[in-house]
Design a protein around this ligand. Structure first.
Ligand SMILES: Cc1ncc(COP(=O)(O)O)c(C=O)c1O
Length: 393
């Protein structure tokens, strides 16, 4: 047996999202792409803003020496300075470039933070439903995932969180706005979370860290904004990327920022830089880092996702589905009319509608629709959604 047991078993379990994505490719070949409604993967269908192309063209034709060379593992100082400036102007705090480490996307950033923090057996609390990769990332460093439920409307359940905090709790991961629910946590609920962590951290005698994963923070609807996580708790890591807001998931660019007042600041920052290196990322891609200072204030047009949400949600409502209206991201997480979400997703598949069961997010009885597809796919899928619901009601 050559492959490690843990990896073998993970391959056998295979993520639902990936399974559905592969099923989609197979069905598109068999039935034609126009006849398959693939809502499985959070791969943005909007093209990056034009400015991405303009800036990249200039960068790739530059004759400056060292454009593609190694740099400090934390990233180019100019890029980190630009990110620190952006954070300072949006979070009402002063960030230094040393508070920022450029990473290979948010996924890379999460791994860097967890590697830097976790000792074997440490617990990381994760409100469910959640992006399932968190559990694998935590397991990468022999930590234990402690799932806690959220409220009916997917807001944070502070009682459940409080019950989960104990001497082995090292951190809590929140994802704002949330994949798969589209929920945007409000400032008051984050503040209450900060108070809980402060209380239990002081009981424990060391900080319980808050890791806020925010790659969707600019994809928010109806004029809402994502509250500053740094405003509510000092022992905080912000992890984010440009995968969703600039539609650049394949380019692997993001960053981790630490709260300027985090305890043992120098050690924490040095740990992140070391982990970026020893996880084999070494540094975030150079060309993307060079581009980022020009695009920090840019984003795809979130209104286009809002329109998709509205077409889909109106249709789902008419088809008899119940769900919490997404406030951001490009996901909606309706209830299934039967407890077995895997069976329900299987019935949708019979209509060539590909979605992901809630079990894949630690929340059975629901399913996720990723509406980062073209409007026509959404529109044309609605009769199929309605037919399947009718079968069960
Ligand atoms: C909640 C969440 N966090 C992190 C990621 C990973 O993002 P990235 O492509 O920047 O690594 C995703 C991707 O879908 C996500 O949904």
């Amino acid at each position: 047996m050559s492959v490690a047991k843990k990896i073998r078993s993970s391959i056998e379990k295979a993520s639902w999202i990936r399974k559905m994505f592969e099923e989609g490719a197979m069905r598109k070949e068999r039935y034609g792409p126009g006849n398959v409604f693939d809502f499985s993967l959070g791969n943005p269908n909007l093209e990056p803003p034009e400015k991405v192309k303009t800036v990249l063209k200039e960068l790739v034709s530059s004759d400056a020496r060292g454009m593609h060379g190694y740099m400090p593992n934390a990233g180019f100082v100019e890029t980190r300075r630009a990110v620190a400036g952006y954070l300072s102007s949006h979070h009402n705090l002063t960030f230094d470039h040393e508070d920022v480490v450029m990473t290979a996307g948010a996924g890379g950033g999460m791994n860097v933070v967890l590697k830097a923090l976790l000792n074997a057996g440490d617990e990381v609390v994760v409100p469910a439903p959640y992006f399932m990769e968190y559990a694998t990332y935590i397991d990468n460093y022999n930590g234990n995932t402690v799932e806690v439920p959220t409220n009916q409307d997917f807001s944070l359940d502070h009682n459940a969180i409080e019950k989960s905090l104990g001497p082995r709790t090292k951190a809590i991961i929140i994802n704002n706005p949330n994949n798969p629910t589209g929920k945007v946590y409000k400032e008051a609920e984050l503040r209450q979370l900060g108070e809980l962590l402060t209380y239990y951290g002081s009981k424990k005698g060391e900080p319980i860290y808050l890791i806020s994963d925010e790659p969707y923070s600019k994809i928010i609807f109806n004029g809402m904004t994502c509250p500053s996580i740094f405003g509510v708790y000092p022992h905080t890591f912000l992890v984010t990327s440009f995968s969703k807001d600039l539609s650049l998931p394949g380019e692997r660019i993001g960053y981790v920022a630490v709260h300027p007042s985090i305890e043992e600041k120098n050690m924490v920052r040095a740990a992140l830089v070391l982990c970026n290196r020893i996880l084999g990322f070494v540094n975030a891609p150079a060309l993307m880092q060079r581009m980022i200072p020009f695009l920090l204030e840019d984003s795809v047009d979130a209104m286009l996702y809002q329109r998709k949400r509205d077409i889909l949600c109106r249709g789902l409502e008419e088809g008899g589905y119940t769900f919490t209206m997404p406030e951001g991201t490009f996901y909606v997480f309706p209830k299934t009319p039967i407890p077995d979400d895997v069976e329900f997703v299987g019935s949708l598949r019979e209509e060539n509608i590909l979605t992901v069961p809630g079990s894949g997010f630690g929340c059975p009885g629901h399913f996720r629709i990723a509406f980062c597809t073209d409007d026509k796919t959404i529109q044309n899928s609605l009769p199929g959604f309605a037919r399947v619901m009718k079968k069960y009601t």
